[in-house]
Design a protein around this ligand. Structure first.
Ligand SMILES: Cc1cc2nc3c(=O)[nH]c(=O)nc-3n(C[C@H](O)[C@H](O)[C@H](O)COP(=O)(O)OP(=O)(O)OC[C@H]3O[C@@H](n4cnc5c(N)ncnc54)[C@H](O)[C@@H]3O)c2cc1C
Length: 477
């Protein structure tokens, strides 16, 4: 695939006129950040060094299922006693103890959040707020709520080879993946909406589509969120089609499997987004404008508020072929809750979309692009309802966010479920939201399924012990 290197992953426009570019080159980014906070030089270096430690550790592992014992005990638990006590010690102690094995750092960071780690090294409140914004972009929550493992992955991956934009648009990635699957003998059905997971004697054996077709298989993997898999996909449709007898315990919320109850106890649905896709005359966008921007104008407290901060991408600054000559494409989005859009008549809904979108465009006009409004030639607005409709996600949610300060990633379920033969993948599974994380979730699931259907070696006894241990850790979260 032909790609265009993106020189700046994101350009932050933050309160107090703080402007920070996250350059492709890590050293350039760090130099720029230190120039804004020279008194925090050491803290900045130490915090991002911790991120790299996690990224390098993960990068050095062969990534497979954390629910598979032969792999996991081999990789992570070579020194169980030492690893289990790592959490009680400070970073210097850990560094000394773990010099001979980078993997040891992964369990150490599992229960930690980025905000806590940042506070060990950084005192300046504005810089801590900047770290909040860094975490908010992938997680939609501040650093205290963002698992350190996720922060480490995202804040370093962007510099590891940099971000590259596929010529012709990001849809090219999905097309390339689909072509690869077909070449390997897979069949992909488009516009195929699963309304039911078919259970036989408590085991998932197939799916039924909205047009009535049924498909049977040894294994069913749901890429719908866990809320949709266990509340909508299973309960709603199983009640309609099978009745309570066949659907068994899954139909009532009270009878959700323990693991799902635990997931819903620890995680709530993140809000959704309001998205504006616009075509504008290129006179509105000054030359040398970066592709990606994050804007929070006046006050840090608005970071997590609905419509508080604005994300903006202008892919045509990298690939001008995406729009007619003399034009740019703007994708603008901001967090928004479905509750704001419920109960409106068609007319009120359309009017509200126009009103809210115009306010966001005015803010961009004031902050970055004078004359933006008058340069718009095309505008489409999507709301949380649009996300719900086209992605089939409950409330159009962006994914799970912790209900209260989490113990890192300890509470996240992985791929297996309490239903035999049924697995989940995607952002409501370990390790959470974002393209890197969900790709990892897919790889882990493929490995666990390969083991369960006998394509790879397995140890049922050790697996049972491991699943019990993981379940226990999740309950502790
Ligand atoms: C506006 C926006 C910007 C983002 N920007 C970034 C970014 O810059 N970097 C980054 O890493 N991440 C980004 N993300 C996050 C990232 O896109 C998600 O975390 C990721 O796509 C989640 O993947 P998923 O497979 O879990 O779910 P989804 O992407 O929602 O995929 C689930 C798929 O399953 C299908 N489906 C659901 N139910 C059914 C059913 N019953 N039958 C058949 N099919 C069904 C849906 O149609 C959908 O195609 C962004 C997200 C949004 C909304």
């Amino acid at each position: 695939m032909q790609v265009i290197p993106d020189p700046t992953t994101i350009h932050f426009h933050l309160p107090g006129e703080l402007s920070v570019r996250v350059h492709r080159e890590y050293s350039e980014f760090i130099r720029e950040l230190i120039s804004k906070f020279p008194h925090e030089r050491e803290g900045i270096l130490k915090f991002y060094r911790e991120c790299w430690r996690i990224f390098n550790a993960l990068n050095s592992l062969e990534l497979k299922s954390i629910e598979e014992s032969i792999y996991l005990f081999g990789q992570f638990f070579r020194k169980p006693l030492e690893c289990l006590t790592l959490g009680d010690h400070d970073v210097e102690w850990v560094e000394k103890r773990c010099l001979d094995g980078l993997m040891d750092f992964v369990p150490y960071y599992f229960p930690q959040n980025a905000g806590d780690v940042a506070r060990k090294f950084i005192k300046d409140p504005q810089l801590l707020s900047f770290i909040d914004a860094e975490c908010f972009i992938p997680s939609t929550v501040n650093a205290l709520y963002t698992p350190m493992i996720n922060a480490g992955m995202v804040l370093c991956d962007r510099h590891f080879g940099g971000i590259n934009y596929p010529v012709g648009g990001v849809g090219g990635i999905a097309k390339a993946l689909a072509n690869g699957l077909v070449e390997k003998g897979s069949k992909i059905l488009y516009k195929a909406y699963v309304t039911r997971i078919i259970l036989e004697h408590g085991r998932a054996v197939g799916v039924r589509l909205s047009d009535g077709r049924e498909f049977f298989a040894k294994t069913v993997i749901s890429n719908a969120t866990r809320w949709d898999t266990f509340v909508h996909t299973l309960s709603r449709f199983l009640i309609n089609f099978c009745g309570p007898k066949i659907t068994g315990k899954l139909i009532k919320v009270d009878d959700l499997p323990e693991e799902e109850k635990n997931f819903q106890r620890i995680y709530v649905k993140a809000p959704s987004f309001l998205s504006i896709h616009m075509g504008v005359k290129d006179t509105a966008v000054p030359p040398n404008t970066d592709c990606h921007h994050f804007i929070l104008e006046d006050d840090w407290v608005n970071l997590e508020e609905s419509y508080g901060s604005i994300f903006l991408s202008i892919p045509t600054v990298l690939d001008s072929s995406l729009a007619p000559e003399g034009h740019h494409i703007l994708h603008i989005f901001t967090t928004s809750c479905i509750e704001d859009w419920k109960g409106l008549s068609r007319k009120d809904y359309e009017e509200k979309k126009e009103l809210v979108a115009n306010k966001i465009i005015s803010r961009l006009e004031n902050k970055l692009f004078p004359g933006l409004k008058s340069s718009v030639v095309l505008k489409e607005v999507g709301t949380p309802k649009t996300h719900r409709r086209f992605l089939a996600r409950d409330n159009g949610t962006y994914g799970p966010i912790p209900r209260s300060i989490p113990k890192g990633l300890l509470g996240m379920p992985a791929n297996t479920t309490a239903i035999d033969g049924l697995y989940c993948v995607g952002d409501s599974c370990f390790p959470g939201q974002g393209v890197i994380a969900v790709a990892f979730s897919g790889i882990m699931c493929a490995h666990r399924v390969a083991v369960d259907i006998g394509l790879e070696k397995r140890s049922p006894l050790l697996d049972a012990a491991l699943l019990w241990l993981l379940g226990w850790l999740r309950k502790m979260a």
